[in-house]
Write a protein that binds this ligand. Structure first.
Ligand code: SF4
Length: 355
């Protein structure tokens, strides 16, 4: 069969899939959120199959106090904030980096943390702070960046640690028992680093099936069908659909790189709270590059927009369209919460593709 035939066959199979009772599956990846819509796979879900979003968008799960901290740093004399673009428009407790930038703060959008090193070299009289937000996928590059800063003796570079680990977050969701999830579509990129084996606990400890899944239409169809089969046959296995990229043991070199620079520590997630061992902090030997230790700034008491329901969304409790502000007061031009800003945010995906 050609690729097109396989695609058509799998699409038809998903459309016709017989489901006798309601099934709720969660995708633990912001890219999956968007790709389910963009490829049209979500449009052919059989009746009674519900897809909820998990805590898989790094920008969305970053709490307000992190942004408040970044904005306080941006207010220092001769300080440049280097960040991925998605962070710029995210509302903080009282402002946003975009608003601060319009008011004169220096905020530079970068495509890689290594770009922030270039900015530091080009601006020797300024302090450059990189906002290190991401999951296991980006952490190896951030670790390399810190090592390069040390090798190059760059004294005016630091990062604001905000990296998070996905496995503890999924465990926290299941332990909270707020939502009944029948199975998980697991993140392909993260799994390429941590490996399929890192997710085996879902079957052995929580009796939940799961499938590591890639991102194109073939992957999504195949991953979803595999997961539905596991659910219907009551088999709590963890399978890997994305075998062309993901290995059982992951990428040990990348993992070693992460833990040569960072230690796992407790971390706060938007809408979930502090999850033990779910964040990455710089090791003491890299304290010179830790903006939380290098600078003393006043950070305001964080607050949330009272109507924004990003927290419930990131726990799989509601869909974006169930937020009263969705499309009415909150849209990509005027976002109220991070889930409407980030390209991986569920509200942004629903706004763009799902209305
Ligand atoms: S629609 Fe806007 S206000 Fe509602 S949860 Fe999403 S980002 Fe928050």
């Amino acid at each position: 069969m050609t690729n097109e035939h396989v695609l058509a066959h799998d699409a038809e199979k998903l459309k016709q899939y017989q489901i006798d009772s309601d099934i709720c599956i969660m995708e633990v990846c912001g890219t999956h959120t968007t790709e389910y819509f963009r490829t049209g796979v979500k449009d052919i879900f059989p009746p009674r199959l519900r897809l909820v979003d998990g805590p898989g968008c790094p920008v969305c799960v970053t709490p307000n106090h992190y942004l408040d901290h970044a904005i306080a740093l941006a207010g220092q004399k001769d300080c440049i904030i280097a960040t991925f673009g998605d962070m710029v428009k995210v509302p903080s407790s009282y402002s946003s980096l975009a608003r601060e930038s319009a008011g004169g703060a220096r905020v530079e959008v970068v495509y890689s943390p290594v770009d922030a090193l270039d900015i530091a070299r080009q601006n020797p009289h300024s302090e450059v702070v990189f906002l290190s937000v991401g999951f296991e996928t980006t952490a190896p590059t951030e670790a390399v960046t810190v090592q390069q800063a040390r090798e190059q003796n760059l004294k005016n570079f630091s990062l604001l640690p905000g990296n998070k680990l996905t496995v503890p977050a999924v465990k926290a969701l299941l332990d909270a028992e707020e939502v009944n999830i029948d199975g998980f579509i697991l993140p392909g990129h993260v799994s390429a680093i941590i490996g399929t084996n890192a997710w085996k606990f879902l079957g052995s400890e929580y009796n939940k099936p799961a499938v590591v899944t890639g991102f194109d239409d073939h992957d999504l169809l195949k991953g979803t069908l595999l997961l539905l089969t596991l659910i219907s046959e009551n088999k709590p296995h963890v399978l890997n659909e994305y075998t062309r990229v993901v290995r059982d043991g992951g990428n040990q070199h990348a993992m070693d790189m992460i833990y040569s620079v960072f230690d796992a520590d407790d971390s706060e997630w938007r809408g979930i709270g502090v999850i033990p061992g779910s964040g990455l902090l710089l090791k003491d030997e890299y304290a010179d590059f830790d903006a939380t230790k290098k600078f003393t700034v006043d950070i305001p008491e964080p607050k949330e927009h009272p109507g924004c329901r990003c927290g419930e969304l990131l726990r799989g409790l509601i869909l974006p369209t169930e937020c009263p502000l969705f499309g009415k007061g909150c849209n990509p031009e005027h976002p109220i919460g991070p889930c409407m800003v980030s390209t991986e945010g569920p509200c942004a995906a629903y706004y763009k593709y799902g209305r």
